[in-house]
Design a protein around this ligand. Structure first.
Ligand code: FES
Length: 153
């Protein structure tokens, strides 16, 4: 085999190899992108770790039974002190038909008021149902406190 013939064979082979590599690389990139979107990112971001509501404890929820209802969350101060056990946070949606509940300071409970479209269910400070038609309690959320910043997750 002459040198020119040898080089032609080699370069042709390399060109074929490179085209095959590029196709494989493109295919691999496409699969990786798809994998990231449907795997880690979406699954991880949905229900764990996201801060749903932030409260400044220097200015909010100062007294026992103070509450905040915002961003689909309702949070109540149950006791003195800026520790997690002093608060209760729930998704603000009645388990009966999803109406937002209010906190009633005099009775220290959550109420799904007919004035807001609800049907009168009540829930204890722990979120447990105490009056039907709801048959299950409010959905509790995780509370974290750092200094005077309370985060509901
Ligand atoms: S939606 Fe709350 S009692 Fe019906």
């Amino acid at each position: 085999m002459e040198r020119k013939e040898f080089l032609n064979k080699i370069s042709g082979g390399l060109a074929f190899t490179c085209v095959a590599c590029m196709m494989a690389a493109c295919s691999k990139d496409d699969n990786t992108g798809s994998g990231n979107n449907t795997g880690g990112n979406n699954t991880g971001g949905g229900s764990t770790g996201n801060t749903l509501l932030t409260i400044n404890l220097a200015t909010q929820l100062l007294a026992i039974n103070d509450f905040v209802s915002d961003k689909g969350i309702i949070i109540v101060r149950k006791a003195a002190g800026n520790v997690v056990s002093s608060f209760a946070a729930f998704v603000n949606a009645c388990p009966h038909q999803g109406v937002a509940v209010t906190f009633r300071k005099p009775s220290n409970d959550f109420y799904c008021s007919p004035q807001n479209g609800g049907h009168g269910s009540t829930f204890s400070i722990t979120g447990a149902v105490t009056n039907s038609p709801a048959t299950s309690g409010l959905s509790a959320r995780t509370i974290e406190i750092s200094g005077t910043t309370l985060s509901v997750k």
